[in-house]
Design a protein around this ligand. Structure first.
Ligand SMILES: Cc1ncc(COP(=O)(O)O)c(C=O)c1O
Length: 476
């Protein structure tokens, strides 16, 4: 007997009657779709009480197809995650393919089929193929992302080339392949494109990335539409107008439109509306066919957080564009909101250290090398035991990795079941974006594999690194 856990995104769906998790979980009540339709997008961080924190992990933080079997074990995509840990080892990223496709389809419907997946959130060939199959184009920010997308068989025409410091080699390759769009970020880049065209490269279709210079409520590290930013041409100083004029006058490129991306993990509808209001006049003045609003929609990571759905976000964007008089065709570049909640990471507990009067450290076999967000930004995560996914979590522990750094924390003051023990498989949810993609080999820890699960089948799409991989680029 299987029991549903996930209520999906944007639809509050009740677990079937008799579901062993229904009673305890109903209290959590923080679906990502619980904001009013098309409504407020301000982040709600409710600082859950200790009682709420000790409840089972909220199903809304788990991938779409999460279920629990008769003995309380978590299944994703019809696969028992403990079996996945046995088969593929730990740490392991488990992606729910149905969840990924559902979010892609939601975004495509909400933006009339004009969506580029921001591949910096998570990229491998299987992911590139998946979003391409769903009809999306792909935002690549470096030659490396471009290479992986091309190696997956995605045509250059379906790629959008980003980056604040594109090299001549990156531009040359993309232009000669016939890249779909180049999003120009600096006057130096305009020079480089002109020089390449003079040297025989075909002229690209370009967008000019603008920076509205507004206040953006998110972490400083991921706010890009603020006055002090390395990204885009500022509006205020007239740089954006200057770049548009130069691109329009240049025979070396075809100017298609204006681009803006204000930041990542943004929950405020007001911030997006402010940016669009700032850009309304220049977009109207230039009357170009395309306008890109970037990505940036925030997602919930922990108990008590809420976020708008992609549909609600898109509704707000369309409304704000109307209000700003923007008549160009609007497209978007979501990354995190497509991939984050689609995956969980599985670890194995190796050491439990109780420091009397201080805290209990639970050390696992991964750490900051597979999820650097906590150490970079102080980001919060939940943690739970897949063998008892619906269990109460009365015990407070700090989940740490195996790296030689005190900051190597995955979850500070995380809630876990009382019987957590060495040898348990432990999981962190919402690790599908900016985890694997920002990972590293620090301490020569091997990068974990990635499996995609669907319809009871697990497909290895990125294998675990080997010790020999560590020496592959070491020429002695
Ligand atoms: C230009 C651009 N577009 C889209 C995104 C995707 O943002 P997110 O993953 O927050 O949706 C980013 C990420 O920072 C970006 O730099």
């Amino acid at each position: 007997m299987l029991y549903p856990l996930s209520y999906g995104s944007g639809v509050s769906k009740h677990a079937s009657s008799g579901c062993i998790v229904a009673q305890g979980w109903a209290m959590v009540g923080t679906t990502s779709g619980s904001t009013p339709a098309g409504g407020q997008t301000d982040r709600v961080q409710s600082n859950p009480s200790p009682t709420d924190r000790s409840r089972p992990v909220p199903p809304q933080l788990l991938p779409r197809t999460a279920e629990v079997d008769g003995d309380g074990t978590l299944l994703i995509g019809g696969c028992n995650v403990l079996d996945l840990a046995e088969e593929f080892g730990t740490p392991l990223f488990v992606y729910d393919e149905a969840h990924l496709r559902e979010r892609c389809r939601e975004a495509m419907a909400a933006f009339d089929g004009r969506v580029a997946y921001a591949s910096k959130a998570f990229l491998c060939r299987a992911m590139a193929r998946l979003v391409h199959e769903e009809g999306m184009t792909i935002d690549v920010a470096t030659g490396g992302e471009y290479h992986v997308a091309r190696a997956a068989g995605v045509p250059a025409a379906s790629l959008v080339m980003h980056g604040n410091n594109k090299s001549e080699a990156e531009l040359n390759l993309a232009m000669r392949d016939g890249v779909g769009r180049i999003v120009v970020d600096s006057f130096d880049e305009l020079d480089r494109i002109e020089a390449l065209v003079a040297g025989g490269a075909p002229s690209p279709a370009v967008l000019i990335r603008t920076n509205p210079g507004i206040e953006v409520h998110t972490l400083d590290e991921v706010a890009t539409g603020v006055p002090d930013s390395k990204f885009g041409f500022p509006l205020a100083a007239g740089d954006a107008a200057g770049a548009l004029a130069r691109a329009a006058a240049s025979p070396a490129m075809e100017l298609m439109g204006i681009h803006v991306h204000i930041g990542s993990q943004v929950f405020s509808a007001e911030n997006f509306a402010d940016a669009l209001a700032m850009l309304g006049p220049i977009v109207g003045e230039w009357d170009l066919p395309e306008f890109v609003v970037g990505g940036g929609l925030g997602v919930p990571y922990v108990t008590g957080e809420e976020a708008p759905t992609i549909t609600q976000w898109a509704n707000g964007i369309h409304r704000a564009c109307d209000e700003a008089g923007i008549r160009a065709t609007v497209s978007a570049e979501p990354g995190r909101s497509i991939a984050a909640a689609a995956a969980i990471t599985l670890y194995r507990v190796g050491t439990i250290k109780e420091i009397a009067g201080v805290r209990t450290y639970v050390a696992v076999d991964g750490g900051m090398s597979d999820n650097p967000r906590p150490v970079l930004y102080g980001s919060g995560y939940e943690t739970f035991l897949p063998r008892a996914v619906a269990a109460e979590r009365p015990r407070t522990v700090t989940l740490v990795g195996k790296h030689c750094e005190s900051g190597d924390k995955l979850v500070v003051d995380g809630a876990v079941p009382a019987d957590l023990a060495v040898g348990d498989v432990i999981a962190t949810p919402v690790t599908g974006a900016y985890g694997h993609s920002m990972g590293s080999n620090y301490n020569k820890v091997l990068r974990p594999p990635v499996v995609f699960v669907a319809d009871g089948q697990a497909r290895l799409v990125v294998r675990r690194e080997t010790m020999d991989d560590l020496l592959a680029t070491d020429v002695g």
